[in-house]
Write a protein that binds this ligand. Structure first.
Ligand SMILES: Cc1cc2nc3c(=O)[nH]c(=O)nc-3n(C[C@H](O)[C@H](O)[C@H](O)COP(=O)(O)O)c2cc1C
Length: 196
């Protein structure tokens, strides 16, 4: 069966709504995997902030380990595990930095303390002195006390442009369903089912 990308996005939205409605505490949390230059994988959780037919967006510090790995190899994988509806969704794709305008618009929606946190955190770098982080928070709190906080240049988002979707559904006796979609052309995605 062949389906357009919008149908896959609608399906994702439907499952996200279902897990949210059933009380998932963090439905947009996704495990993001990247690989080092040497090909070693690593994973961490980030939050999905936007998605549509173009892909799945999260925000982060551009000097972080994940961002450095993405700059060397943009192939990534995100995984959602929604226990309360017995579903897992895996999306493989290529990460592309979002435009400055898109990142600015999202940054502006964040709480002021989170915006200051973005300035203060040298994400993934070692904290050398005991109070260094606190000092940096105090510094930027003072700096932006009377003004709006602009987005730091070293903070932005990535859009994961999907190349593969897998919708996994738990079934009794481990006879789970796996529906995998890969693009056949710009418009159409082909479905295959895999053994569990
Ligand atoms: C529920 C949850 C949500 C998180 N969301 C984000 C996020 O959206 N962006 C981010 O950079 N880090 C987020 N983190 C922190 C990351 O998991 C990770 O510790 C951090 O980004 C550094 O990762 P790295 O050193 O591999 O780059 C989140 C952690 C948790 C547990």
């Amino acid at each position: 069966m062949s389906v357009p990308i919008n149908e896959l996005i609608t399906r994702f939205q439907k499952e996200l709504d279902a897990t949210t409605k059933k009380g998932h505490p963090e439905p947009t949390a996704m495990t993001l995997s990247t690989v080092s230059e040497a090909g070693a994988p690593t994973s961490r959780v980030v939050l999905l902030k936007a998605f549509d037919h173009r892909g799945f967006v999260f925000y982060t510090n551009l000097t972080s380990r994940k961002s450095k790995e993405i700059s060397l190899n943009p192939q990534v994988c995100i995984n959602f595990m929604w226990h309360n509806i017995s579903k897992q969704i895996r999306i493989e794709g290529r990460a592309q930095q979002v435009s400055n305008e898109e990142a600015d618009a999202y940054f502006a929606t964040r709480a002021k303390q989170s915006q200051i946190g973005a300035w203060a955190s040298k994400q993934s770098s070692e904290i050398e002195g005991k109070m260094d982080f606190e000092k940096r928070i105090a510094k930027y709190t003072l700096k932006f006390a009377a003004s709006k906080v602009p987005r730091p240049e070293f903070w932005s988002g990535f859009r994961i442009v999907p190349t593969k979707f897998e919708f996994w559904q738990k079934r009794d006796f481990r006879l789970h369903e796996r529906h995998v979609f890969t693009p056949t052309d710009e418009q159409n995605w082909q479905e295959v089912c895999l053994y569990p």
